[in-house]
Structure formats: C-alpha cells, structure tokens
Design a protein around this ligand. Sequence first.
Ligand SMILES: [Zn+2]
Length: 380
Amino acid sequence: MKSLKLCDTTLRDGEQAAGVSFTRAEKLEIAKLLSECGVEQAEVGIPAMGKREQEDIAAIAELGLPMKLTTWNRSVLGDIDKARSTGVNWSHVSIPVSEIQLQGKLGLTPAEGLNKLLRAAEHGLRLGMTVSVGMEDSSRANMHFLVELVNSLYKEGIRWFRYADTVSAHHPGQMAERVSTLLGAVPADVELEVHCHNDFGLACANTLSGIAAGAVWASTTVAGIGERTGNAAMEEVAMAWRHLYGGESGVRMELLKGLADKVIAASGRSVGDAKPIVGQLAFTHESGIHVDGLMKQKSTYQTFDPAEVRRTHRFVLGKHSGSNGVIHVLEQRGLEVNADTAGRLLERVRVYAEARKDTVPEYLLVQWLMEEQQRAQNAV
Ligand SMILES: [Zn+2]
C-alpha cells in the first residue's frame, strides 16, 4: 500500500476552532513539533488576517524547518502579495467551487469564479511561489466544473489541488467515488489532497477513503481541532492508515501524544477523554473480562500496542471490574492479596462505583486493603 503525505493545518484551520488562539511562541513550538513528527507540509496561517498574523508566519518561516510551509489565501491578488511578504514559498489559493457558495458568498457564476482563481494563481506563480489550489465545498460542486477547473489550472503549471469536504457533505463511499472520478478525468501527475470536516464523525473515515481512492495528501489537524466539530485528526489518520490499510505516512507515531498534549494545552480546550490515540482514556480498561483477557494475552483486546505511541494500557477499577483486576492493581503497587480479600474489595469497589458514578482511586483501594487486613487480624 502506498504512502500518504500529510498537509497539517492545525495552525490555520485548527486555529479557526471557536475560541482557539495560539500565541506566537505556541505557534513556533507547534511548528517545530509538527516537523519533528514527520509532517511533510504545514499550513501556517492566513496572511490576509493582518500584520500580526503575517509576522507570526514569517517567524515560523525563519525557523528554517525541513517541513514545507504554505499559507491559505483567497483568490484575491492583494492576499497573494501579503502571502509573498511572509517569506513562505508555497501559496495555497482557494475559491468556493459549489454554486451554492460561489453564488451565495461571492455572487459569481462558475465561469467567473474560475477566472478569478486563474488570475490569483497566475499572480502567485509570477511572484515566484509554488501554488496549490483549494476547491472549497468540492463535495457539493458539479463534477464537470471540477474537472474543467483542474485541467485549466494544470495548463498554468499547478499540480496540487485540495478537494475540500467543507461542510461534511460526503460519506466515505461518495468520497471514494468522487475522488476516483475526478482523478480519472485529469492528468496522471495531478496530486489531490482531501480535506474533511467532522460534522458526522466521519472526517477520518472520509479522508482515508479519499486516499485509498487515489488522493495523495491528507489534510489534518492535531487531535482534530477545528471549526465546529473539527477536522480529520492527524493521529487517527496516520495510525488507521498504517494498521487498517497497511500503508505508511512517514509520521513518527511515538511523538504524537506529546504533540497532541502541546496543541490541546495551547488551544485552551478539551478534545474529550475518549479521543482515539491521544485521549486520556484511549487505553484504559475497566471491564473484568477485558482486563482478564489483556493480562493473559495482549492481542485479545488490542489492534495495536499502545507502546507504539509511547503509551500503556491502564486498568481502572469500577462497576465492571473483576477480582483479577483488583489483584493486578494491588500487585502493581507491590501489595499481595488473597482471593477472599480480593472478593471483599471487589464488593466495595462496585458499591463505590455505583454510588459515585466513577472509578475507584488507587489510594482508596489500598486503604480498604489495610482495613480488610486489620479486620481479619482482629478476628483471629
Ligand atoms: Zn476546513
């Protein structure tokens, strides 16, 4: 299976998440970590947003990272000039491609939209930048128009096109079909990128489906942060591509958790404890049956070893725990317990979990063990 390439947009679309704003220091650190992680290209901001944003972008460019950088721009000549001034050599030039957005947002016909895009892309090329083209709301666009657009821009020298499922209008089957139809109607060296949003929880699935159908680039954000319900999460895309599709991405999986922790902290919001790969609960087990299986043979309840992302299984005690779980947790602390005592402790675990709707903290289990041992001694 082929290797996918990541164009990470944490610093552009990720920052568009409600209430998220990164400081320059945070942006610089995130950019360094993205590069270290093996991301091929990062989209690092929108120069048209103003001087401060342009200076932030320039500061990231000055880091001289091995990762390619690009900026997001509307099809407006002045925006492209601002992009040039940041020192970033790539320029992503975008236009809505669905009639709903072209007409509703810009008041343009498809032909006028294409013309506007062509002029902006040519301007970027004239300024010496490598240009990629963004097709906003691709999923609701007419396919004939998309083919015409890609072929027209190809003639100008553009090779990289972003197919954006801006409003989550595709399921994975539609994504695969549309990507392969588009690629079948344009020159073979066109590189397609898929950019998916998560309004139905399908961002990762749609991204992988598009890649499997022939797209080369996956647009992602760390931990999936982004507008509304977010974007395809980098760690989910990279890990699922490896484990479910047997492909590669060049991502250093062992660095994903550290990167996600940094981005989540800088975003000032939570992505939820159950977020795959990077969430606090991603490798946490309570069920007695699962814990028992995992202790006997890891492969019973895992598709990949958490060590691959520098994490470990964590067993917690709650309503669904079994006495083996109790014994295991105490053994981890160097405490031995017989089956009888473990059974009594389990009773207390269940009562506590049900009353508090929570798991039992380990210190409390240890305290209960002392109490049980004291009681046994008193009885003698
Ligand atoms: Zn987006």
